[in-house]
Design a protein around this ligand. Structure first.
Ligand SMILES: [Zn+2]
Length: 342
């Protein structure tokens, strides 16, 4: 199925030389002509070498660092500068998922975990000085707030996670891309309000399983109306993660076994894994067909272990966006947020 225009993926995590090359084949097959990748600084030269101009970089903290506090505070200021100077990055990722509260507790934790905390403000000020914009991860699926994050004394309610974000949206006028449909694809009315209150706010569609599950759950007309209303402010993203371990390569000593690394273990399986995300997203946005999603979604069993198991997949209900809305989503909207000529 030819895409209506070249597709730009604003949100992916392309790591590893072999995986990057396999990823590029899958991406091109689905009409993707450019990817914005979020990887730790030390991985960026590898990806640049493999993908050249196909990849752009988003400044990203080093979660694997031994000293995680340093990596998320002062160390990140250094990394932001290096990403800007060495890799021409124009976007700074501020990752504020609720599980950040597992990593940082006690005195001073609020400076890191609150979206408008002291370190976040410093990072945002630096980004503004360097002429950069923002991408943020705030909140997580409703399914997680009902299960993993059920302890509200530790994680807060989902709505609480937006307080600090709204403070920052008012304080820093650069464009902000809130990943994963702003973290709340389950509640389009809430997102309407957030978009109305903040003209500098954009959304991306990344996190394929989550988007397929929750956008399919709304009446189709409601989703069509949302995407049409905010045309120009919703960007296509996949959240594809590529790792050399997916290709069968041996796992480096500093990488622990993870569910993410176990998703594939041969070049063919890696290709299928990456391609399945683009296939599912394009089916969601371009068709109005209804049928099982090609991707298993363990979140279903998280909240209903009777009806579902780890291999269950949700119904994918195609939204069938109009061509102008699709072209904006896939391509034109990104250009609107490129504040520095790239
Ligand atoms: Zn991501």
């Amino acid at each position: 199925m030819p895409a209506p225009c070249p597709i730009i993926d604003i949100h992916a995590h392309i790591n590893g030389r072999r995986a990057a090359l396999i990823y590029k084949e899958a991406a091109e097959l689905y009409g993707v002509s450019r990817v914005y990748t979020q990887v730790r600084l030390s991985e960026a030269p590898v990806v640049r070498d493999a993908l050249g101009d196909f990849a752009r970089f988003v400044a990203f903290p080093d979660f694997r660092a031994q000293d995680r506090t340093h990596a998320m505070t002062k160390g990140y200021l250094d990394d932001i500068r290096a990403f800007r100077e060495e890799h021409d990055a124009r976007i700074v990722k501020l990752w504020n998922a609720p599980r950040l509260r597992d990593f940082f507790r006690g005195p001073g934790a609020a400076d890191i975990v609150e979206f408008d905390g002291a370190w976040r403000v410093k990072q945002a000020e630096l980004a503004m000085r360097l002429g950069m914009m923002f991408m943020v991860h705030v909140a997580d699926p409703d399914t997680w707030f009902r299960t993993t994050y059920a302890d509200a004394s530790l994680y807060g309610a989902k709505r609480d996670h937006y307080r600090g974000l709204e403070v920052m949206l008012d304080r820093f006028p650069a464009p902000w891309i809130a990943a994963h449909m702003g973290g709340w694809p389950e509640d389009l009315d809430f997102l309407d309000g957030l978009m109305e209150r903040h003209a500098n706010l954009y959304l991306d569609t990344s996190a394929t399983k989550w988007m397929v599950r929750e956008l399919s759950a709304h009446p189709r007309e409601r989703v069509v109306r949302f995407f049409a209303r905010w045309r120009g402010r919703i960007l296509f993203g996949s959240d594809i993660v590529t790792l050399d371990e997916h290709t069968g390569a041996e796992r480096p000593a500093d990488v622990r076994a993870s569910a993410m690394a176990d998703l594939a273990s041969s070049p063919e399986a890696a290709f299928d894994l990456y391609a399945s995300r683009y296939y599912a997203l394009r089916r969601l946005f371009e068709t109005d067909g209804v049928g099982p999603s090609p991707i298993a979604d363990p979140d279903l069993a998280m909240t209903d272990a009777v009806r579902f198991n780890a291999y269950s997949s949700p119904i994918l209900r195609g939204i069938g966006l109009s061509e102008p809305t699709l072209k904006s989503l896939y391509h034109a909207a990104v250009q609107a947020v490129e504040i520095v000529d790239g």
